[in-house]
Design a protein around this ligand. Structure first.
Ligand code: 2AM
Length: 479
């Protein structure tokens, strides 16, 4: 009984996380996998890790100091439920079960409530950074009780990525808060990737630059305020040459983007919460559209603009695109944080927004220089009505919005899809609008459904008697 942490599920993510844990001072790691051969393989491949092998769940429980802590790294869904049940049967009150998989946060809320009945803690922990992050330092987003974090926190801090001397982990909030924030992280990642892809497409089609030349542009952008992991890897992908054909790899990859569902979850959840995450939604839909190969083939003869497009001043256009990317990116993050705020209110989570940005600065896919500015914005003004309204981000919007408009206009005229750029701009203009045509929508709703409306000049709820004499009455039912 000398291990302080266990990993259950030894596929690549689990194995890498176990190795990461074992490499840190003070940790002794017990490992278990349903198929024991995998456990044996891991032990044979990494004798330096000093793993404690458990052939059964009971052996696993017996090998752990109390309170026991086990991190589950199996497929999300049924497998996770099965492993939780097995662990509950061998653990005792006070022990901690951590789900490090990509669970839907509502599943985590359900599981936490069920496991809590037994006196065992259940922590849903978002883990970002992929296989590389799991091995060398991920960004960690644990939920669950504060009490369980007292035990779990030091272990997680030992393996997390480090940004400016601080581990990228914080107790996000209770029950499903960690998996929720991980989900929004992925949604923002979708938006970020789509925006970068649109920037690439516009530059390529507007200037005729090659993928390798555009890689140089991204490298340059990566020296400035857009510095981020996704910009960095974009340059690498664009520079890659296909060995078979000698063409840029990006030109031989089928242009149908896949998805594993977390982006869609982010949007579905936002719809339920009534939060407009339009940038993230466009990114998810852009992947869906790209994958409709038969429809795209059938539609390929639909007419486009009459004239071919080429920008006059390539450098000026590229700078415009950079600014459009930055502005749209601010919108995507602002929308993502709006979703976090709304869910925190709905589920009673105390989520520190600045802390969320802080732990995304290293280890995870959306790591970026820009996250420092988000942390700072929330540190200065914790109750910002929207991230985009922080002084620093207001300045960015002021500096970029004209270029952003030029890019969206150019894209529309050239017939190049830029759904994330253009929808983010519409969001921005919608948010800042003095009056919205929502007034007309309210009138329409009142016309056909007597849904009533409020007035700008006095309190109350009103209805126009559309099918009668069209006089206005004060509605009694104020919903
Ligand atoms: P296996 O090696 O025995 O298949 C990713 O698939 C990981 O999840 C693997 O470690 C796999 O174990 C594990 N896994 C999948 N379904 C499982 C289940 N129902 N019970 C336990 N582990 C499971």
């Amino acid at each position: 009984t000398n291990a302080n942490i266990a990993v259950v599920g030894l596929a690549v993510m689990g194995s890498n996380l176990a190795r990461n844990l074992a490499s840190r001072e003070g940790n002794t790691v017990a490992v278990y996998n349903r198929t024991t051969a995998k456990t044996d393989d891991l032990l044979a491949a990494h004798p330096e890790a000093g793993f404690v092998k458990a052939a059964t769940m009971q052996e696993l429980a017996d090998s752990l100091q109390t309170p026991r802590t086990a991190i589950i790294m199996v497929k999300a869904g049924k497998a996770t439920d099965a492993v939780i049940d097995e662990l509950v049967s061998v653990f005792e009150p006070g022990d901690i079960i951590v789900d490090g998989g990509n669970a839907l946060f509502t599943d985590t809320i359900r599981r936490e409530a069920a496991v809590r009945e037994t006196g065992i803690h259940f922590v849903g922990c978002g883990i970002s950074g992929g296989e590389e992050g799991a091995l060398n330092g991920p960004s960690l987003m644990p939920g669950g009780t504060a009490e369980s974090y007292a035990t779990l926190g030091p272990i997680l801090r030992s393996i997390a990525a480090v940004a400016e001397g601080e581990p990228c982990v914080t107790h996000i909030g209770t029950d499903g808060a960690g998996h929720f924030v991980k989900m929004v992280h992925n949604g923002i990642e979708y938006a970020d990737m789509q925006l970068i892809a649109e920037a690439y497409d516009l530059i390529r089609r507007g200037t005729g630059k090659s993928p390798a030349e555009i890689a140089d542009v991204f490298d340059e952008w990566n020296q400035g305020e857009l510095e981020s992991y996704l910009i960095e890897i974009t340059a690498e992908v664009l520079r890659q040459v296909d060995a078979d054909t000698g063409k840029p790899l990006v030109d031989v990859i089928l242009d149908a983007a896949g998805a594993k569902g977390t982006g869609a979850w982010t949007v579905q959840t936002a719809l339920d919460l009534g939060v407009p995450v339009s940038g993230i939604a466009e990114a998810v839909f852009a992947r869906s559209l790209s994958s409709k190969l038969a429809q795209r083939e059938a539609a390929s003869d639909l007419p486009g603009p009459a004239e071919a497009w080429k920008v006059d001043d390539a450098d000026a256009f590229i700078e415009d695109v950079r600014q459009a990317l930055f502005a749209s990116k601010v919108v995507a993050y602002s929308q993502g944080f709006d979703e976090i705020v709304a869910a925190a209110e709905e589920h009673g989570w105390q989520i520190e927004k600045g802390e969320v940005a802080r732990i995304w600065r290293a280890g995870c896919i959306i790591r970026a220089r820009f996250l420092n500015d988000i942390t700072e914005a929330y540190a200065t003004t914790p109750e910002l009505p929207a991230l985009i309204l922080a002084p620093y981000f207001r300045d960015i919007m002021a500096a970029t919005q004209q270029a952003w408009r030029r890019v969206v206009v150019a894209a529309a005229q050239a017939g190049i899809p830029a759904p994330a750029f253009s929808s983010s701009l519409s969001y921005y203009d919608g948010l800042r609008a003095d009056r919205l045509p929502a007034a007309l929508v309210q009138g329409q709703r009142d016309f056909f459904g007597a849904h009533t409306y409020r007035r700008i000049d006095r309190e109350g709820t009103f209805h126009t008697q559309w099918s009668g004499d069209r006089t206005e009455i004060e509605a009694t039912d104020t919903h």
